[in-house]
Design a protein around this ligand. Structure first.
Ligand code: FMN
Length: 187
């Protein structure tokens, strides 16, 4: 069966928003990607799932490198611009500069990075895999800088959210859970 965009069941997922940056046939581009996932520690790999017709896919296929900047809670305008316009028709990074946002040149790849993101990772294209109607571009991290003062923006049900911590079970509860698990230990 399908699980389409906008379906209430699809809307149950909560994600970060990757601000994907690249340089290629469409020049410097930026795209918003809710399907951004950390998928390996050693080496550090991050997967982004993208519609195959996005301008940024062509950029990345050509240059074999891209930036993944995790959008911070005070950068919703960047997510909306990066995700609402295409690099085929707009110089989104220049427009965002005019809107007051800052970018810097990556150290190890020829890509602009988003200043003030909660995490900036520079990636080399590790692998491309097609799944269903999207292509998954897996990036191997070659540089990663996190910003301890910024929190990652959350995306759910087409809206932006901020994280709120919920307490873990207390010690007494954890012990009672452990006792029950011990009763069900496989012999
Ligand atoms: C919050 C948000 C999240 C998005 N997530 C994705 C995504 O995970 N994958 C995708 O292909 N497009 C996603 N999009 C849509 C692209 O960002 C959008 O089509 C963009 O304009 C494509 O830019 P480009 O043509 O310059 O590559 C998202 C848009 C928004 C606003």
């Amino acid at each position: 069966m399908d699980l389409p965009w906008g379906d209430p069941r699809s809307n149950k997922f909560a994600t970060s928003i990757g601000l994907i940056t690249s340089n290629g046939p469409y020049g410097h581009d930026i795209l918003a990607c809710e399907w951004t996932h950390h998928i390996s520690y050693r080496p550090g790999l991050i997967a982004v799932s993208l519609g195959p017709t996005k301008a940024i896919v062509e950029n990345i296929r050509t240059s074999k490198e891209f930036g993944i900047n995790l959008c911070a809670t005070d950068q919703t305008i960047i997510a909306s611009v990066a995700g609402g316009y295409t690099g085929r028709d707009y110089e989104k990074i220049n427009a965002l500069k005019d809107l007051g946002f800052q970018f810097y040149q990556a150290e190890n790849i020829d890509v602009m990075m988003v200043k003030g993101a909660s995490l900036n990772t520079e990636c080399k294209l590790f692998k491309e895999v097609s799944f269903g109607d999207h292509v998954m571009l897996i990036g191997e991290v070659v540089n990663a800088i996190h910003n301890p003062e910024k929190e990652s923006l959350i995306y759910n049900n087409g809206k932006y959210w901020s994280l709120q911590s919920i307490a873990k079970p207390n010690q007494e509860k954890r012990q009672s859970i452990k006792d029950i698990l011990e009763k069900h230990r496989k012999v």
